[in-house]
Design a protein around this ligand. Structure first.
Ligand code: MRU
Length: 350
């Protein structure tokens, strides 16, 4: 099996696997400028909520190195400016602002007077965020194991594997952990129009991990639930609101509706860095609108008449009522989500 590192801090720089070129080519891009890191997030060189957060954290480490400030207060001001800039790269995944706020808070708490020690502290915190997400990914797989029956047929949407998190993955980790435990699972992979994260990335990862899988067009999921029999759906999340409403890749809501209609359990998997308790419900989530050519073009080939009007929301909101449970690194959260997510996060801070 080929090994690859989606996100790596190496030689004082950030190296990202260019996910736009997969599966055809395994190519890396190295960054020394935090502004270019923001544009890598925007153009989806790197994508997936936890991966975006980790990348932004390393973007802050680059910003600390780029700053010529000699005093800690001057450096802190430059870091705050860099955080604002990075935060604008993509709006929906809360992991981005979560990581940036965490870095700023930790370096402020450290109360360092020496700029070079402050620079080191930023990098240490970026590594800590990466380590935290790695452990969370693994624990999600552990907690999810009892939810996956022997021989389960599982629908998965988008890409939530190592590429999306830099480590084991979240929703995809649920499937891989069950496979590793000998549960003979079969993954049904939504292609995930328009960026095709399922067709290009999830199949690529499952192939390398040796997990049996079948690719389907997004519109086939409901039919498969009725004809083939699906045991569960598992998806990732970009932002879980305090009431359990979940923002995730466009098409997730559709899948949840179909699952409800067919009595198929619908699970959301994600680290607690994806839970936003300041967001009361999904109604307040900023849904990213992406360029029209993602829809009008397939592999650079235009498939629509010129002048076609396009709606291209990159995410949707699945209401909490359609979610069976949320799988986190702290355990499984079931309805009522408002209450149970709050106690999960209180537990976490103890
Ligand atoms: O636009 P993308 O590819 O960044 O969207 C990714 C998703 O929606 C994932 O499901 C989510 O970020 C969770 S990744 C572990």
């Amino acid at each position: 099996m080929e090994t690859y590192q989606p996100i790596e801090w190496t030689g004082g720089r950030l190296r990202l696997l260019d996910q736009r070129r997969l599966p055809g080519e395994v190519a890396y891009v190295t960054y020394a400028d935090y502004r270019e890191v923001a544009s890598a997030i925007r153009s989806m060189v790197v994508r997936g909520a936890p991966a975006i957060g980790i990348t932004a954290a390393y973007g802050m480490a680059l910003a600390a190195r780029q700053s010529s400030a000699e005093s800690a207060s001057g450096l802190y001001a430059d870091l705050a400016e860099a955080a604002d800039f990075l935060n604008q790269a993509r709006p929906t995944a809360v992991n981005l602002s979560w990581a940036l706020k965490r870095i700023l808070r930790r370096v402020a708490e450290a109360d360092l007077e020496d700029a070079s020690r402050l620079r080191d502290a930023v990098l240490r915190e970026a590594h800590a965020i990466f380590g935290l997400e790695r452990r969370s990914n693994y624990q999600i797989g552990v907690h999810a194991l009892p939810l996956v029956p022997q021989g389960a047929k599982i629908i998965h949407h988008c890409n939530t594997g190592p590429l999306a998190t830099g480590a084991y993955g979240t929703a995809l980790r649920v499937i891989v952990a069950a496979h590793e435990a000998g549960k003979a699972v079969h993954a049904y992979v939504d292609e995930t129009r328009p960026r095709l994260q399922g067709a290009r990335l999830t199949t690529w990862e499952l192939q390398q991990l040796g997990v049996p899988h079948t690719l389907l067009v997004d519109g086939a999921a409901a039919h498969l639930m009725r004809s083939t029999g699906i045991d569960l759906c598992v998806v990732g999340c970009d932002r879980v609101a305090a009431n359990g409403d979940t923002a995730n890749k466009i098409g997730t809501y559709h899948l949840a509706l179909a699952a409800k209609a067919h009595g198929v359990p619908f699970y959301v998997a994600g680290p607690s860095s994806s839970i936003d308790m300041e967001m009361a419900s999904g109604a307040g989530v900023d849904i990213e609108e992406r360029p029209a050519d993602e829809v009008t073009h397939v592999l650079s080939c235009c498939i629509t008449p010129e002048g076609t009007t396009v709606a291209n929301p990159a995410f949707d909101i699945t209401p909490a009522a359609y979610i069976t449970a949320i799988i986190t690194e702290r355990g499984i959260v079931r309805p009522p989500f408002e209450e149970n997510l709050a106690s999960l996060l209180v537990e976490r801070s103890k």
